[in-house]
Design a protein. Structure first.
Length: 417
């Protein structure tokens, strides 16, 4: 007997093995008795009587004689029907156990009828075993318990894993694409957006797009001019797929690190809140979260900062950081590498108050931290890898401060010791 297998997904799971075989699998196995085209109704009844132990010698002989002819398909179907109707779940760990079931059916009939005919059964036994094997595989996947969500625990109660590659791409036509977390970057190439391995994300003809990184995420982007951007948690970047002839302009919300591709003929502008940064080609970091102070740090080259409603620019050179207060800038010297440590999988808090440290942790771990107001003004120097579980970061803070922590899901409560 030759089998042609066709797999079809339909509601639960449906498998067709060349007619007349039809198997339907759901959470409970439901077998619909087939319409036999070549088997007489009496044979089906005799087979059931045999299984129940109620068949007479004459009836067994009739059954044996029938299956001694070329009616392999009917025998296979009856055996499969019997297995389905007997149990909801069959636990056979080895294929030879399925072979034994088929062999036993025929051996019993032969013995009871004391038939001396030779029966070449390996062919239909193999077919039946194959069908039973397929049935068992399907039942295993349909009846196995749902995987339980990993429960983390720590000295503070539960625990939270660090952030990872997570982002959503919003296209100008309203299309929303959840980006693959196994990749950490997308790029614009000739009006097509691709992953860093070349797989196409979107090839729609659109003018612009927005890359949104949620709390607990980080993602990278290469723009059409070759400029590279890293977006931190809780950030977004609006950008065109192709820049205009005179200027390259993007809009940032949150925090991003930029390595701008040099082009003297096309200044690169980053708009954030009411600030505009203009460069020709350089490396810089902008932190511009809603409700927080805007900080711009320059690593290479030169940038000009301007504020809406003011005249003149503030020029930064490498190693300088501009902090926007009210409607003016305070410029200071800093270790610029500390400003981009987040993009290199590192937390560096240098003389940072606990309130700001907690805000960084809230974004990266996608949690909510409540703490006494009197702790917010204390500043600390902390350097720790970002790939640690939250409890490990909190343990570091606890060792330096007079604080206790309690983690309940994604809510963290801070108390004084």
């Amino acid at each position: 007997m030759q089998l042609a297998s066709v797999f079809v997904i339909d509601n639960f799971f449906k498998k067709n093995i060349s007619p007349p075989y039809h198997f339907y699998f759901s959470k409970r196995i439901v077998y619909k008795r087939p319409k036999f085209k070549t088997m007489e109704e009496s044979i089906y009844i005799l087979f059931q009587k045999y299984l129940d132990g109620n068949a007479s010698t004459e009836e067994l002989k009739m059954l044996h004689d029938y299956f001694a002819t070329e009616n392999d398909e009917e025998l296979v179907l009856l055996i499969q029907s019997h297995l389905n109707s007997d149990t909801d779940y069959v636990d056979l760990s080895k294929k030879k156990a399925a072979d034994a079931i088929v062999a036993e059916r025929w051996a019993n009939i032969s013995e009871l009828t004391k038939e001396k005919k030779k029966r070449s059964w390996p062919k239909w036994a193999t077919v039946a075993a194959l069908l039973i094997g397929l049935l068992l595989v399907a039942m295993y996947y349909l009846n196995r318990p749902e995987p339980q969500q990993l429960q983390l625990s720590s000295i503070y109660g539960s625990d939270v894993l660090p952030g990872s590659n997570r982002a959503t791409l919003l296209l100008a036509d309203g299309t929303q694409i959840e980006l693959d977390s196994s990749s950490n970057e997308i790029a614009v190439k000739d009006q097509t957006i691709v992953y860093n391995n070349g797989t196409i994300v979107s090839n729609k003809t659109i003018s612009n797009a927005i890359l949104k990184v949620p709390n607990g995420g980080i993602y990278r982007l290469t723009l059409s001019d070759g400029t590279k951007v890293v977006l931190n948690s809780g950030s977004s970047l609006s950008y065109p797929l192709q820049f205009s002839d005179s200027v390259r302009s993007v809009k940032l919300e949150g925090e991003g690190y930029f390595e701008v591709s040099p082009n003297k003929a096309k200044p690169f502008k980053v708009k954030s809140d009411n600030q505009t940064l203009t460069v020709l080609g350089t490396h810089f970091n902008i932190q511009s979260y809603t409700g927080e102070t805007i900080e711009t740090t320059l690593l290479e080259g030169k940038v000009a900062l301007s504020l809406v409603g003011t005249n003149g620019n503030t020029i930064l050179v490498p190693g300088q950081q501009a902090i926007k207060h009210d409607n003016k800038y305070q410029v200071r010297r800093v270790n610029a590498q500390e400003a981009i440590a987040w993009a290199n999988n590192l937390f560096v808090f240098n003389n940072i108050p606990l309130s700001q440290i907690f805000k960084n942790l809230e974004r990266w771990y996608d949690v909510e931290i409540s703490y006494p107001a009197n702790l917010s003004k204390e500043s600390y120097l902390i350097e720790v890898p970002k790939d640690r579980k939250l409890s490990e970061i909190l343990q570091t803070i606890s060792d330096l401060t007079a604080t206790n922590f309690k983690i309940e899901g994604r809510r963290i409560t801070v108390t004084a010791k």
